[in-house]
Each structure stands twice: as C-alpha cells, then as structure tokens.
Design a protein around this ligand. Structure first.
Ligand code: HEC
Length: 164
C-alpha cells in the first residue's frame, strides 16, 4: 500500500510539474492533490499565506524561494527540521506530501534538478531532531546561498516577504 501511495504521489508531482492542476484533472484520479492543498491551507498558510508571500520581515516567503534550499546539502535537512514543519499537526506521510507539494506548487523553478521527493520515513526521523537555533542555522544557509550566487546579496526571503 505504501508503495502504491508513493507512486501516486510521484505521479501527482509529475503531473503538477508538467502542467499544473489542469493537466492532473484530466486523468480523473487526483483527489490527493486537493487534499494536500487543504492540509497546507489549514496548517501553513496562516503564516506563509495562500499566495506564498509570507509576512513582512517575520515569515519568509516560500514563493519563488523555498526550493533554493534543495540546492545546498544542508538545505534538505533544514526544510525537514524547521519548527513550522516539525510541529505541524499532520502525520508523517501527510507532512511529507505537504512539503513536496509546497516545493512544486510555489517554487518549482528553484528546485535542484537532482532533488528526490521527501519520504514519510525521512520526515519521521527528522521530526525527532528539531533545529535548536533556527535563526542561526537559517543565517548560515542564506549566507551559503549568497556565496554560491543563488541569491543576490541582501536577499534572504524575509526582506522580500509581503509587506502589504
Ligand atoms: C506560526 C507561523 C508558521 C506556521 C504555522 C508555519 N510556518 Fe513555516 N516558517 C515560519 C517562520 C517564522 C519561518 C522562518 C524560520 C523560523 O523562524 O522558524 C518558517 C520557515 C519555514 C520553512 C523554511 C524556509 C525558510 O525560508 O526559512 C519552510 C520550508 C516552512 N516554514 C514550511 C512550513 C510548512 C510546510 C508549514 C505547515 C505545515 C509551516 N511552515 C507552518 C512560520 C510558520
């Protein structure tokens, strides 16, 4: 069963990547995508916003940004262990799906070409090790992204979060 669920998720991600929800709907078997969107809206968008723009200088935007973390080795670990993820009121399988969906839906262009989808097992293990000093760890990762010229100097996903 788990294998089947994994394959269904991969299919859903591939369809999303190929052409968004419209392409997925044409297959007639994609209820999982709306369920995952609902999980995001109930658990994450209060802070990160439905359009993924975050909150001015306090909650990082995920839109056109969060995928950058998959491009550095420590970034994958960070995405799994950041407090908003670790403490979500979702089981490990649903949380893995939300993370994968979030990356593809909001930041597809930034995802590393060799990225492999988060798994339930990986989420379960990471949740046992939440990041202790998230601001410090995040500062280090942002500096590394800037050093690799993946982010311009001064851009940290917070200064560019929605300020309306
Ligand atoms: C209470 C507000 C809040 C909620 C709810 C929340 N987050 Fe966050 N999230 C933040 C903040 C603030 C940060 C920046 C790091 C920190 O200070 O914890 C962050 C960082 C992140 C990051 C790392 C990106 C970065 O730029 O640092 C990811 C990925 C993420 N959140 C995903 C999620 C997901 C997925 C959910 C829902 C399951 C969620 N968050 C729920 C506030 C929230």
């Amino acid at each position: 069963m788990r294998r089947r669920a994994g394959l269904a998720l991969l299919l859903a991600l591939a369809l999303l990547a190929a052409g968004g929800a419209g392409a997925a709907e044409e297959t007639g078997e994609i209820p999982r995508v709306s369920a995952v969107a609902e999980d995001f809206s109930r658990n994450c968008q209060g802070c990160h916003r439905a359009d993924g723009t975050g909150a001015c200088r306090t909650v990082p935007r995920i839109r056109d940004f969060v995928g950058l973390f998959t491009r550095i080795p420590e970034g994958r670990d960070y995405l799994l262990r950041v407090p908003g993820v670790v403490w979500a009121m979702l089981d490990d399988a649903r949380l893995a799906r939300v993370l994968n969906w979030m990356l593809v839906s909001y930041s597809r262009d930034e995802i590393a070409p060799d990225f492999t989808a988060f798994t339930e097992e990986e989420v379960r293990a990471a949740r046992k090790r939440p990041i202790a000093d998230v601001l410090e760890v995040r500062r280090g990762l942002i500096a590394e992204l800037q050093r690799r010229a993946l982010l311009p100097p001064g851009e940290d996903g917070l200064v560019s979060a929605g300020c309306d």
